[in-house]
Ligand binder design. Structure first.
Ligand code: HEC
Length: 182
């Protein structure tokens, strides 16, 4: 009954759309602009093949990121990427929050850079370039060694320093006792 009512509503909507010439069918090109690619989860699901190296990342960073985030990730004119100090405290200035003292999962770095950077030219980096950049930024934050390979297997196993700071709030714990953070 409910489904029938929904169907009737949908058909009525179509009829109205046709009558008033509302909207246009979406084209494949337009849909492609909103293609967000698979989400990368903390356990590594969604990560593509490829491998990142610090030296390569340094080169790409200088070319595509340094103008906005500073030569060493110190954050000028935009967000700081290389962090000091750790751990953050209530007195830490928000501009000091960065990858090494605030990001809880290394996989998010991959997902975010691939999806959102370089600002204004999002979506132009290849998966391989993103891996190189992640390798460079983790190294610059003192989280990995210069020769740590960054790939589908290794990235999810890297423990971020800020992970210790993350906990479920008491209310969430009470309501969902079975819930644990990845
Ligand atoms: C044109 C300027 C510009 C360029 C170039 C640029 N970014 Fe950004 N970046 C930004 C801005 C602005 C933000 C903040 C976006 C927001 O908060 O929505 C940001 C945020 C970030 C963040 C999140 C910082 C945080 O902790 O919140 C990361 C990581 C990042 N950029 C990495 C990169 C990398 C890697 C590159 C090079 C491929 C790059 N960006 C190139 C402007 C830029």
């Amino acid at each position: 009954m409910f489904r029938r009512a929904l169907l009737a509503l949908a058909l009525a909507g179509l009829a109205v759309g046709a009558r008033y010439q509302l909207g246009t069918p979406i084209t494949e090109e337009l849909a492609a602009q909103y293609d967000l690619r698979p989400v990368v989860l903390p356990d590594g699901r969604g990560l593509p093949p490829g491998e990142g190296k610090v030296a390569e990342g340094e080169r790409i960073y200088a070319e595509k990121c340094a103008s906005c985030h500073g030569a060493r990730g110190e954050g000028y004119p935009f967000n700081r990427l290389v962090s000091e100090p750790f751990p953050i405290t209530p007195d830490t200035e928000p501009v000091e929050y960065a990858i090494g003292n605030y990001w809880q999962y290394p996989t998010t770095l991959f997902d975010y850079i691939r999806r959102a950077m370089p600002f204004g030219q999002e979506g132009t980096l290849t998966d391989e370039e993103v891996y190189h950049l992640v390798a460079f930024l983790l190294y610059m934050n003192g989280i990995t060694e210069a020769d740590t390979p960054i790939n589908q297997k290794t990235l999810p196993t890297i423990r971020m320093p800020a992970r210790e700071l993350l906990d479920l709030d008491p209310e969430t714990k009470r309501r969902f006792p079975w819930l644990t953070l990845p």
